[in-house]
Each structure stands twice: as C-alpha cells, then as structure tokens.
Design a protein around this ligand. Structure first.
Ligand SMILES: Cc1ncc(COP(=O)(O)O)c(C=O)c1O
Length: 445
C-alpha cells in the first residue's frame, strides 16, 4: 500500500510544479481565513466581541465558562466549514495529500510562533488535553518504588488517572498541597521541591487550576525542579493557559505541555496539543500506533519526536485550518495584550465580588490569579441557586465546582462536607457590563 509519506511527496511534487495562485484557483489550497475576514485592530475589544455569534443574538447567552468551553471564533467556524466542503468534494489520496501538506505546514508555523518554539513539529496534534495528559500518565514504565509528584489542584485527567494507573501497576504517588493565599513564589515552589527524592521520575502540575484559579509560576517551578533533579520529567497541564497567556515553552523549561483548542484559544473542538521537548519524547511510549501522516511504521521504526504520538489513524483534517484561523487571530491581537485584558477583567470581577462580601478561593495576590475567579458559597443550595440565577435571569453561564477532589488515590483531609463554589471565567469577549451583571446575579441569589 502507498504510504502517506510517499503520498505527501507526490503532493509536494505537484505543489512545486504549480504556482500558489493556480492552486488557489483550482480550489486545492485555501486562502487563510484571516485574509478573507479582516482581523480586529489590537485593543478594539468591542470588535473582538463581534467575532462571536452570541454577540448578535436577540437574547444573548453570555459565556463565563472558558475553563470548560468557549464559543469558537466565527472565523474558526468559517475555516472549518470551508475546509470540510473542500475535502468532501474530493477525498482522493491525491487531494488530501495536497491539502495536508499545505495546511499542516501553515499550522506548524503558527504553533511554533504562538508557543515560542523553534519547530512546530515538536507539537503532537492530539484530540484534547485529556488525551495529551493520558499519553504522559501511561507513557512511562515505572518500577514499584518510582515516584510521581502531583498537585492536589490538578484536573482529574492528571490526578485520578495516575491513581487508576497505579491500581494496575504500583508506583508511588505523592500529592503536594499549596497555600490557598500564597505570599511569595517560593511558597508555591518549596512544597514541590520538598517532595523530590532520588526516586522521583515525574512531576506533573496544572499551570493554572480549574478549581481555584490559582496560577503557578510555571517557568520558575520547572527551572527549580530541574535545578534540583535534572533527570525528572516535568509535565505542565496547560488546559487553562493556552490562549490565555503569552507562552514561551522553550523558556518555561518544561518537558511536556498539554492543552485543548476549545478553551481559552476559542478554536475548534476535538483538537489539542502535546508539546514534547525533542530529546525527552522518546522516554514515552505512545498509546496508539496506527496509520500516521508522515512515516512508515514498522519499516522505519517509530518517529523519535512528538510525531510518535500522532499515529492516530484517520483524522478530521478540516480541524487543522480551523486551528490555524484561531492562532492567526491570537497572533494579530498579541498574546501579551490578550493576557493583560483577561487579567484586567478577572481582577475587576474579583474586586466587585469581594466588595459585595464574597470570599474567593482564588488568591488575593493578583500575581497568582488570571481569568478564573472561584467564589465560595456559604451553602450548596446557594451555589445551585446562583448557578441557575446567572443563566435564567441574567443570560450568563458559568460553572459550579466541588471542593473535594479525589487526589490520585491518596485521601486528602477534609472537614465535613465542603461547600460548593461558583467559577466565573472572564475572557476577551466579555465586557465590564457582563461582570457587573455576574456580581449582581450572585449577590441576589
Ligand atoms: C487543567 C485541566 N486539564 C485537563 C482538562 C481536560 O480538558 P479536555 O476536556 O479539553 O480534554 C481540563 C478541563 O477542564 C482542565 O481544566
């Protein structure tokens, strides 16, 4: 059977023989979505809001739930629809090879730019953060006395999943707890360093917690861990940071980083990333060895870099230009400007909530907070009422979260039944008026 690598080579020959313009006219490659729809001017936040379908609804349902899912940018939907139609018109190997060669090259360039990487091929395109985390959780061969260090605010996919794996084959799982109100960077780093031993193989933490909104100093933490134990593999779960902060993964010094395009990036659903430091990728075994896009397995062996985690069989290829459209949008607005806007909105919301008498689980020190604000509710019934009131009376949707996580399988002391909390995530599409309405909805519940 003809391999995809050979197909891509065929496509390449075709591409070289034709000019870009002729290919465009023939409908074989796409003009970028941003070329078709002008990008908003940096700093024009009302224009950014108009990029979303909800902004034009007669009775809009306004998102405050980016930690879970954001509405996709309209340009993302357009790019996806356009690419789907183009692919549906011709599903031959020849057409798909041309499509992929063009779209993957463009996407990898944008990923490198957005993530601060020299080469976009250091990123495996996977389904979502859950799948990327699972690749790390299940990728190592551990001895029974090998140790993994986790943060108690990690998401289930980086927490319970380690416990599930440990139940099948033993290793040691250590769970770090951090102060709810950190006073310094060191207060967030020291507990991790104290958990390291010569048996530590992996440290894995969320850069920003989805249950408290606490933001860790990821670069300082990765560097401190590697300074203490260079051999330790450090995995950063970036589900709550990709698209929300200006990232520079090379400077961060992590060994891997995972995220989903459908959260803060406002991109398509079912497309995620797993970055791997090239020299560390081979330490992990892939969970799926299927049909890939660019190599011959088993003749040539598994790829050594991130591509070893992309042997996932047939994909929904129209997602790739959709992700490119989201990345072009972020790069045009500027990741640092987006981060500053998210922080300004989050800070304003937290101020309003505290002024209304609410206690927050999110740190008071704004260096350790961003766009997620978690409000403690005095009793579970209040949390449920606020959750409903937000949506039904004010057209805003958020989430409520439990306090008690099951952590790996190590029990964490809790006093009685912990109350529920409400999580509000403010993003670049939100206005000050949304925040005033959200604070009022909670106050009146
Ligand atoms: C920190 C963190 N990791 C992983 C996930 C899982 O993300 P997904 O459902 O996109 O795979 C989430 C989802 O909220 C999360 O907050």
């Amino acid at each position: 059977m003809i391999s995809r690598r050979r197909l891509l080579a065929l496509g390449g020959a075709g591409l070289a023989a034709a000019s870009g313009g002729r290919l465009l006219q023939a409908g074989l490659v796409s003009e970028s979505a941003s070329a078709a729809t002008p990008l908003p001017t940096p700093g024009d936040w009302p224009a950014v809001r108009r990029e979303f379908a909800f902004a034009e609804a007669a009775a809009p349902k306004i998102p405050l739930n980016a930690a879970n899912l954001t509405p996709p940018l309209r340009r993302v939907q357009q790019a996806y629809a356009e690419a789907s139609s183009r692919l549906a018109a011709d599903v031959s190997f020849h057409h798909r090879a041309l499509f992929l060669q063009t779209e993957l090259a463009r996407l990898r360039g944008l990923l490198a730019q957005h993530l601060g990487l020299a080469d976009g091929r250091d990123v495996a395109l996977v389904r979502n953060t859950s799948e990327a985390n699972a690749t790390v959780v299940n990728g190592f061969d551990f001895a029974p006395d090998d140790e993994v260090v986790l943060w108690d605010h990690n998401h289930h996919t980086n927490n319970r999943s380690w416990g599930y794996r440990r139940a099948r084959r033993p290793f040691v799982c250590k769970v770090v707890q951090l102060p709810e109100q950190p006073r310094s960077e060191q207060a967030l780093i020291e507990p991790f360093l104290a958990a390291l031993t010569p048996r530590t193989r992996v440290v894995s933490f969320s850069e920003l917690s989805n249950i408290s909104g606490l933001r860790l100093p990821a670069a300082a933490l990765c560097k401190a861990i590697h300074a203490a134990r260079p051999e330790v593999f450090v995995h950063v779960d970036g589900a709550q940071t990709w698209g929300a902060i200006a990232l520079d993964l090379r400077a961060m010094d992590c060994d891997s980083y995972s995220s989903s395009a459908h959260k803060w990036l406002m991109g398509p659903r079912e497309l995620g990333i797993l970055y791997l430091r090239p020299e560390r990728a081979e330490q992990l075994q892939p969970h799926t060895v299927g049909y890939d896009y660019e190599f011959n397995y088993p003749e040539a062996g598994l790829p050594k870099g991130a591509a070893r985690f992309e042997c996932l069989g047939q994909r929904n290829d129209a997602l790739f230009p959709a992700l490119s459209a989201a990345l072009e949008f972020h790069l045009a607005l500027g990741p640092a400007a987006i981060e500053a806007r998210i922080h300004a909105l989050g800070k304003s919301l937290r101020q309003q909530l505290r002024a209304a008498g609410f206690e927050l689980r999110t740190p008071e020190d704004e260096r350790y907070a961003l766009g997620i604000s978690v409000v403690k509710m005095p009793e579970p019934a209040k949390a449920v009422a606020a959750f409903r009131n937000l949506y039904e009376q004010h057209g805003l949707y958020a989430a409520y979260v439990h306090d008690n996580q099951v952590l790996c399988d190590v029990p964490v002391p809790t006093e009685g039944e912990p109350p529920l909390a409400i999580r509000l995530c403010s993003h670049v599409y939100n206005s000050e008026a949304d925040l005033v309405a959200a604070a009022e909805a909670l106050r009146s519940s």
